[in-house]
Design a protein around this ligand. Structure first.
Ligand code: 5GP
Ligand code: MG
Length: 176
């Protein structure tokens, strides 16, 4: 375990096993016209493990969005940092994010993609925080529900670091 980590919430093994199930669920709904949209940077690790378990023809796009700006709390504003958007027309879009917290990011992204002519839009997150979310929206696929605490690892950062840890963990007080 990394020296800055207080405890491991979800181990590497448990994460990998759960992603098998998530990939199957997405494909059970259909295998055609899938476009995976990865929300950078947090969802990069999760998405890579997820779509490699989908042995079908699919498109892959990334969107650069930001709401935390490197800290420990949502700024309440979702920024789209890309100059252009992918062409979503005729696609069954599956938006992939690391964690569902206030819900603002996923809701904003899905709304925007829906308005851009996608066939349908679904959302898939590795983690969802067990709390009252700020928006009326529920992700379609959730890996694990966790408590309302700040987590790092498996793509999730604190001030840009810890994304490379293979598990989901909680930081020690002295590392913050
Ligand atoms: P939301 O818009 O749902 O409030 O937040 C979603 C985004 O906030 C996630 O994509 C992630 O980047 C960031 N976020 C939310 N909770 C956490 C957390 O516990 N740890 C880290 N590292 N990022 C988080
Ligand atoms: Mg994010």
């Amino acid at each position: 375990m990394h020296k800055d980590v207080e405890k491991i919430l979800v181990s590497e093994e448990v994460i990998q096993h759960r992603i098998d199930g998530l990939a199957k669920k997405v494909l059970e709904k259909g295998e055609d016209n899938i476009m995976i949209v990865v929300l950078l940077k947090g969802a990069l690790v999760f998405a890579a493990d997820l779509f490699r378990r989908m042995p079908v023809m699919l498109d892959l796009e990334c969107l650069n969005v930001s709401s935390y700006h490197g800290g420990m709390e949502s700024s309440g504003v979702v920024k789209f940092l890309d100059n252009t958007m992918p062409n979503f027309e005729g696609k069954r879009v599956v938006v992939v994010d690391d964690i569902y917290d206030t819900g603002l990011t996923m809701k904003s992204v899905c709304d925007k993609i829906e308005k851009s002519g996608a066939l349908s839009v679904e959302s898939c997150v590795l983690l969802a925080k067990d709390k009252k979310h700020d928006v009326e929206y529920e992700p379609d696929y959730v890996g694990f529900t966790i408590g309302d605490e700040f987590v790092i690892g498996y793509g999730l950062d604190y001030k840009g670091k810890y994304r490379n840890l293979p598990y989901i963990g909680v930081l020690k007080e002295e590392a913050i």
